[in-house]
Design a protein around this ligand. Sequence first.
Ligand SMILES: [Zn+2]
Length: 259
Amino acid sequence: MLGQIADKNAFLSGLSAAEYGALRGHLAPLELRVGQCLHYLGDQIEEVVFPSSGLVAMTVPLRDNAGAAAGLIGRDGMVGAIAAIAAAPAACDAVVHISGQASRLSAAAFRDVLDENPSIRRRVARYGYGLIAQLQQTALCHAAHPVESRICRWLLAIQGRCAGDRVPLTQSTLAQMLGVRRTTVTLVAGRLEAAGVLKCHRGYMQIVNQQELERRCCECHAHFNGYMSKLLAPSAETPAAEGARPARPVPERSGRRVI
Ligand SMILES: [Zn+2]
């Protein structure tokens, strides 16, 4: 059954009324502020956070600098859920880059609700699988694709988690998230601006030609979105639907193929 919940967080709004009812009493509001770290690498997760706006980056820190973002979580998802289920230490920092609003609940309450509601646990597992897909796509992208197409991909990914055509980030924050120099982002942003793709303002970037931005983006954006559409399709949520599918032969590939 598709969710009917009027919550701005996609995971919560995708729950059935009964599933949402099991969580609702445990949820409390949380304001997300730029620079706030919801958890640090190695922390025991104490809360699960469901953003309804704003942006949180899953950041792998380095000894000498802030590191780079491996994945993004906005109103499409939740922060800390997978580690909370396993009562495992956090595998990254979770840093707020765009302010917003969220709901939170304690990791202990989250585990209790999931123990009593296997259907929510299955939804969390699917979400977790999507998160893994995002992380592996980012790893591939960092290794295989040029910086301009990576910047385009990041802009599209952030825009997808915010409303409208504005990406409320400075070039310096974008550089930090990508793990590149600020001057590199400035150079690429200048090229995109000259091509009429982007307009840079103080404190935010405005996408003025979405189609051209998508054209300049590497294949990772479309590949990941296509996978998520399949993963989150209502028909894919029933385990029985997967049972009768025949095995497909492994395609033969000639030469190197990135994805
Ligand atoms: Zn890529």
